[in-house]
Write a protein that binds this ligand. Structure first.
Ligand code: NDP
Ligand code: MG
Length: 389
């Protein structure tokens, strides 16, 4: 009789977010394949408790230390280790008892635990693109040294990854990242200047966390994805292209040196790339709704409006400059998006804050990890000072 297959033990860092909850949906539907080992949240203790009671992981962590007692009390009857404080994220990432880390924390905060997992040679299903934007060279080098597979979860990068399966001997000519264009496609600065948070939070095709939704509206998300792609697939800046594809059914494409293009398609649903990453190298049968060409008789493609959505140009500048520029861009953007979400600055101010911060912070050609942290801190302080936070 064949030995029973071991379940993959999943550590979800950022389990209460959009990606985290969708990952738990995938795991719930395939509990013969997966079990939950670690769950972490920043401050949403209520949801974390609910998840912990359902999935009974080995350990949970809440970033907000004030919520430790609440978590501990709620889980007292269960055999679950309870941690608090963001510093302990790395401690959990250091556990030997998980097989895959799903890196689903938003922003720079995801870097340390992800790097820890990679340095242990763990497989990482990577949603947290900021990790690669900030310190892509160090993360990829560490992954290489410790043979840690990084499987992208970001839908565009999952698409490219899928297109590259079986093509290891074939050089990439370029990749084409598709962008929906967000809720303000076709709009001009005279419209954008008055945009408010609630409008910007309504994405036409994807339901996501607040930060990435704003990044999608400003096109910064696509810029961050260009940098993410450079590191994941070892590309030169000129090999990464963006095309606006409003329907979001072609998730991205790879062009090979014979001019042939492979695309990966499907309905816009993050559960698919999440499931692909967790199941890799196997595709898992599911009941997700199927794509129908008849429902999409017109697929459109157009050039991004670089003049209006200047974040994309700033990200390309950072992609080309290398060094700590993308780290600075990311930090300034996190501060500016946060301020926009709090109604402290306008939509177009986000770009202004990022631009001024890049101009201000000293360029470092080959930063160490400490220098990335310093650049991140300096950029945050400077961005906050111009916003007058
Ligand atoms: P959400 O804001 O929905 O969730 C973020 C998660 O991280 C939550 O669990 C949150 O906890 C936790 N968190 C927030 N801040 C911190 C912090 N400082 N330290 C530790 N944990 C923290 O984000 P998304 O799920 O939308 O996105 C997660 C990542 O995946 C991002 O990097 C995003 O760019 C990427 N991504 C997301 C996609 C999507 O469809 N949502 C698509 C492609 C990529 P709490 O709930 O307690 O605040
Ligand atoms: Mg994406």
């Amino acid at each position: 009789m064949p030995a029973a297959k071991q379940k993959k033990r999943i550590a979800i860092f950022g389990s209460t977010g959009s990606i985290g909850t969708q990952a738990l949906d995938v795991i719930r539907s395939h509990n013969e394949l997966f079990e939950v080992e670690i769950l972490t949240a920043h401050s949403n203790a209520e949801l974390l408790i609910e998840q912990a009671l359902e999935f009974e992981p080995n350990a949970v962590l809440i970033g907000d230390e004030a919520k430790y007692e609440m978590l501990k009390t709620a889980l007292v009857s269960k055999n679950i280790k309870v941690f608090a404080g963001e510093k302990a994220l790395e401690e959990l990432a250091d556990f030997n008892t998980y097989d895959i880390m799903l890196a689903a924390i938003v922003g720079f905060a995801g870097l340390k635990p992800t790097l820890k997992a990679v340095s242990k040679g763990k497989m990482v299903a990577l949603a947290n693109k900021e990790t690669l934007v900030v310190a892509g060279d160090i993360v990829m080098q560490t992954a290489l040294e410790h043979r840690a597979p990084i499987i992208p979860v970001d839908s565009e990068h999952s698409a490219i990854f899928q297109c590259l399966v079986g093509e290891s001997r074939n050089p990439i000519e370029k990749i084409i990242l598709t962008a929906s264009g967000g809720p303000f496609l076709g709009k001009k600065p005279n419209f954008l200047v008055n945009v408010k948070r609630d409008h910007a939070l309504q994405h036409p095709n994807w339901s996501m966390g607040a930060k990435i939704t704003i990044d999608s509206a400003t096109l910064m998300n696509k810029g961050l994805e260009m940098i993410e792609a450079k590191w994941l697939f070892n590309l030169k800046p000129e090999q990464v292209e963006v095309v606006i594809h409003q329907q979001s059914v072609i998730h991205s494409m790879v062009q090979f040196q014979d001019g042939s293009i492979k695309a990966q398609m499907g309905l816009p649903d993050m559960k698919l790339p999440i499931q692909y990453a967790l199941g890799f190298p196997h595709r898992i049968k599911n009941e997700f709704p199927r794509f129908s060409f008849r429902k999409y008789p017109n697929l459109s493609f157009e050039e991004p409006d670089f003049k209006t959505f200047r974040n994309l140009g700033l990200a390309i500048q950072a992609l080309k400059a290398g060094g700590n520029t993308a780290c600075v861009l990311n930090a300034a953007n996190e501060i500016a998006v946060w301020a926009f979400l709090k109604n402290r600055i306008g939509f177009l101010d986000i770009t202004a804050v990022v631009e001024k911060t890049i101009e201000k912070i000293n360029f470092i050609q080959k930063p160490s990890l400490e220098e990335y942290f310093e650049s991140d801190g300096e950029a945050r302080n400077f961005a906050a000072s111009i916003i007058k936070l």
